[in-house]
Design a binder for this molecule. Sequence first.
Ligand SMILES: [Zn+2]
Length: 417
Amino acid sequence: MHIGYNFIILCFIFLLVACNKDDDAITQPINPSINDDEAKDCSNAQRYDEVLKKCVNICTENEFFDITTEGCRKTMPNSIEEKICQGDLALDKVTSKCACFGRSKEDPINKNCVCEAGAHYSKIDADCVCYNQNKFYNPLYSRCTLFCKEGEELFMLSNGEFQLCVPKCKNGYFYNLSESMCVQKCEGNSYRKSGEAACSPGKQLTLTEGFSSILPSLKIEKDLVICLVVDPELKDNAKKIAIERSKEITRESINKWLEPLRSFGNQIFKKEFTFIESNGYGCDPSPNMVTIFFPWPQEQMNDACGAKGAPGCANCGSKTIHLSANLNGTEREVPVFMHELGHLFGFDDQYIQGIHKEPCRDGYGLYTTVMCYEGIHLKPADVEGIQNLYCRFFQNEDPVACAALQQRFSFAAISSS
Ligand SMILES: [Zn+2]
């Protein structure tokens, strides 16, 4: 009985479809509420409008029916295409996508337009704009920089944070910020006194009165021994490590001082050294011996050096060097050793004790000698100094090298450079 009922409905639908299919003449939209009599009154190109209660023109696909003018009007393309973009993003009319403009790049998470350092995104300008009005986008540095006048140039820290327009300096000069002036780049053994723009020629290293030097005993055929004394408190492994370190910095520092002599003159100097280790406070005396006390307790440094808090000291007579345990493992180990070793070669201190405008004696600069200010490498006056020293000992053996040296380091040669 149930099946029979469904069958009747199916037949009814089929009948309806069949009826519609037969009626090809219907061109107007079917509106079930339209009274058949009235619908028939509209022509083929018209339809019946329920609000106006009359026949109106049928609009095409790109038109809409405007009830106020009772006619068809074209649809505005903008009204359909209008998109709302998030954050800084705006509609790109070419691609019809939300985008960032100018130099900015899209941050996909925040939907912001990101600019280079020192700039922010301006939606009005559709580009990045520098925060500071005196700055402009500088493609050279890919960031906002100050605009410098003619005759000036930009000074900027490597991170771009600090910017300043400074006067352009003539060739061979650079602008010194702390002194606010153009100063010369000093070359060779020349240095600049504070307040002076040009470099002054540096003097040669001076030798300690009574003059004794370890240089001759460093010749390869000599039997120099280096006695290593470490802090007596150190035991076993700590002592072993300390001795190894002491050997290392001694080897390194002596070789740095001898380096300028390797390609100079005929004499050959040691590269490897004979070390002996002390069991207590020193080694059995021998005539050709240098003694290195390192690391040495700071409390005992005062006795050894006669100066409170000294990081190191040297005695030319006894050929000893004391280096404080405080230096152990710090970056000053080798620099302080280099200075003290300079004393064993026979060179004087060139710094002025106390606080002075110039830290070095007249004729010397921070960058000309380790005898004024310690350094991990020799400085120009030191190179000159060790070669001059060589000529004091071996002039007769190496007259050519020593004559050439005198020419190279003459006062005239420095001032003309
Ligand atoms: Zn000194």
